[in-house]
Design a protein around this ligand. Structure first.
Ligand code: SF4
Length: 235
């Protein structure tokens, strides 16, 4: 049984009460099983060009992809170019983003990012990590997603809440900071797998390794997962 920490640090994630032993030696075996389980991973967000990919990904923070797809269905019909966002009335844009959550800050960031794209990047969504993360509201997670999905450029691993949780439970990382988790995953995975590792862990996190009640008993990697004993033992 993994050693228990003296303090509960994160009530959202039961397993964070425990020190999960390093399990990186089993990364390759686990990755093979997960790839077989989720052979056809696809993005959940709807988009048809790099600008829409960028907007949808910025909006997806603190929201669900289903909700963002509802918002962007109307949004992308109303705002068709980067100039449309750059010149948008902020109050009107806030209103259009209202149901995405945190709509005020998202509207402000999207308008400011669009203005920067117009002024600094000739109206084209930039294609490098450095340029993308210079845009307001864009961190490495968003930049990795945009680079991979919109431009086919794989720089790293997009670490969202599912990737973070599943990676920690599987013993691939002890870190909490998404940028450090990304580096840990990069050091474990082969370069050609970097593109799919994020989506695969997201699928597994949504379908099986859910935050509150992971379905360890039916999990394809339970025999290799150091956290399974915690959850199965607690049921
Ligand atoms: S065994 Fe449980 S904790 Fe481990 S990856 Fe599977 S669902 Fe998650």
């Amino acid at each position: 049984m993994p050693e228990r920490k003296p303090k509960k640090s994160d009530t959202q994630d039961f397993v964070s009460e425990y020190i999960i032993p390093d399990n990186t030696r089993n990364f390759d075996r686990i990755w093979i099983l997960l790839k077989e389980e989720y052979p056809d991973v696809r993005p959940f967000l709807n988009y048809s060009n790099p600008l829409e990919m960028l907007i949808a990904t910025v909006l997806s923070a603190q929201s669900t992809d289903i909700q963002i797809n509802r918002v962007t269905e109307k949004l992308f019909k109303k705002y068709r170019t980067v100039e449309d966002y750059a010149s948008a009335d902020l109050r009107e844009l806030e209103n259009d983003l209202y149901s995405s959550g945190f709509y005020k800050i998202k509207a402000r960031n999207i308008k400011a990012a669009a203005q920067m794209i117009v002024e600094k990047y000739n109206g084209e969504v930039p294609k490098t990590m450095e340029e993308l993360i210079s845009l307001p509201g864009v961190g490495r997670k968003t930049a990795n997603i945009v680079l991979a999905r919109a431009f086919g450029v794989v720089e790293g691993v997009a670490v969202d809440t599912h990737v973070k949780r599943v990676s920690r439970r599987l013993g691939f990382t002890k870190n909490s900071d998404p940028d450090k988790i990304e580096q840990d995953l990069i050091s474990l995975a082969r370069r050609e797998d970097l593109d799919s590792i994020s989506m695969t862990l997201i699928y597994h996190g949504r379908k099986v390794c859910q935050a509150r009640r992971p379905k360890c008993k039916i999990c394809i990697v339970k025999d290799l997962c150091p956290s399974s004993i915690i959850f199965i033992g607690s049921n």
